[in-house]
Ligand binder design. Structure first.
Ligand SMILES: Nc1nc2c(c(=O)[nH]1)N[C@H]1C(S)=C(S)[C@@H](COP(=O)(O)O)O[C@H]1N2
Ligand SMILES: [Mo]
Length: 398
């Protein structure tokens, strides 16, 4: 069996245990984690353990703010601007939402792979000369940029209602207290790169800001949000790409129109080329499934029954169906969806495949959501954002 199924343990709190998955981590010069990737296919549950969550830091990682010193001004187009402490926020009626976060850049190498024979993205095409990008290798820059979590906080809508949003407002400008200059990976297609330092900012359209599941969150997976994950308070926008969930909040401004913002106009959009005038702002994720087993590179498997399993999620709602093909997309069969099926969380699915003949098989999965959206939804775009294509797993039956 492959090394990943190794179970010789380590000692956890004094007891021998199963080998634990480890995240892939990059640190800055001071040793602080600035990038981390989740070994998502090694985790058999629904919620990504906090230590294994992916991390993306666009600017410089900020110093932590003590929760007692933290304050957030909410102003702009509201009747009663107010500054909130963490205690103030926690006196409002809270709720808990479980959701998937996926970075827009997640798995972007597959766009080129699926386009490799010149066909339009969306249908499956055969492997390019270079072959298929590896999906589960953490060293690959675009792997493991997704996690799920259980967030507790107050709906942004509750706070906005208290303050009174003026009619005709566009959205809520959310500002993090991290500053810096956009990293190289985020300036490639930009037409205007700021000269000095900026804060990480997004202007969330009012409709999403008022969604009852959009939170000002202070807890993650049962504990206060750790600094590295955006504490003391972070925005959580279930269903929308990771970049909307602004970490390290320090300020909210209700805007009457959308301001020009680096991480909204110069990055995080869909377009065929950087010069395109009508770039589409990235909002919700597509609809996507991931096969967690088997995997490319597994040793040949015997004839007989094999588990095909994975995860599926959508930026718009519940997953209603996952189909599996073992013959490269000719025939599809319904997989079993494992409960619970929650609106913003991924669902685990499984299918028992009986392999009768030796040979090479291409295993594929395709998800559908309750809006009838079938994977894939997002077309090739030059920044390679929001990949949700169907990627076959190559399997040998001995
Ligand atoms: N303040 C701030 N918020 C941010 C970012 C950031 O760099 N600064 N990165 C965004 C991006 S691109 C992603 S994918 C998610 C990552 O969240 P995580 O680091 O908790 O996984 O946070 C978003 N929110
Ligand atoms: Mo991201």
């Amino acid at each position: 069996m492959a090394a990943r199924r190794e179970i010789e343990g380590e000692f956890v709190m004094g007891w021998a245990d199963r080998k634990r998955p480890t995240p892939y981590t990059l640190n800055d010069a001071e040793g602080r984690v600035i990038s981390q990737r989740t070994p998502v296919a090694d985790l058999p549950g629904l919620i990504t353990p906090t230590d294994l969550r992916y991390v993306v830091v666009q600017l410089d990682a900020p110093d932590p703010i003590h929760p007692d010193d933290w304050k957030m001004e909410i102003g702009g187009q509201v009747e009663k601007p107010q500054t909130f402490t963490l205690d103030d926020l926690r006196k409002l009626p809270a709720k808990t939402v479980r959701c998937v976060h996926e970075c827009s850049g997640s798995e972007q190498d597959f766009f080129e792979y699926l386009r490799s024979d010149g066909q339009t993205y969306g249908c499956y095409v055969h492997p390019s000369e270079e072959g298929k990008p590896t999906r589960h290798v953490p060293e690959n820059d675009h792997n493991g940029l997704l996690s799920s979590g259980e967030w507790t906080g107050v709906p942004l809508a509750t706070v906005l209602e208290k303050l009174g949003v003026k009619p005709g407002s566009y959205g809520v400008l959310a500002q993090g207290f991290d500053r810096g200059r956009p990293a190289e990976f985020a300036t490639a297609g930009a037409q205007l790169v700021p000269e000095g330092e900026i804060n990480f900012e997004k202007c969330l359209p009012l409709g999403k800001a008022l969604d009852p599941d959009t939170l000002l969150a202070w807890a993650l997976n049962g504990e206060f949000i750790r600094h590295i994950h955006g504490g003391p308070v972070r925005l959580v926008t279930p269903g929308w790409s990771g970049n909307w969930s602004v970490k390290w909040l320090q300020k909210l401004d209700v805007m009457d129109r959308k301001p020009a913002l680096y991480y909204q106009d110069q990055y995080f959009y869909l377009a065929e080329d950087p010069g395109e005038p009508d770039k589409e702002m990235i909002t919700a994720m597509g609809v996507k499934s991931l096969i967690t087993e088997p995997r490319d590179g597994d040793p040949p498997m015997p004839q007989g029954e094999h588990l095909i399993a994975g995860l599926a999620w959508s930026g718009h709602g519940n997953i209603t169906r996952v189909e599996v093909s073992a013959d490269g997309g000719k025939n599809w069969f319904d997989a079993h969806l494992e409960e619970p099926i929650e609106r913003w969380l991924w669902v685990r699915w499984s299918y028992l495949w009986y392999a009768t003949e030796p040979g090479h098989y291409e295993i594929m999965a395709r998800a559908t959501d309750d809006e009838g959206r079938v994977q894939p939804q997002i077309e090739w775009n030059y920044l390679g954002k929001n990949f949700d294509g169907i990627v076959p797993v190559d399997v040998e039956i001995a």
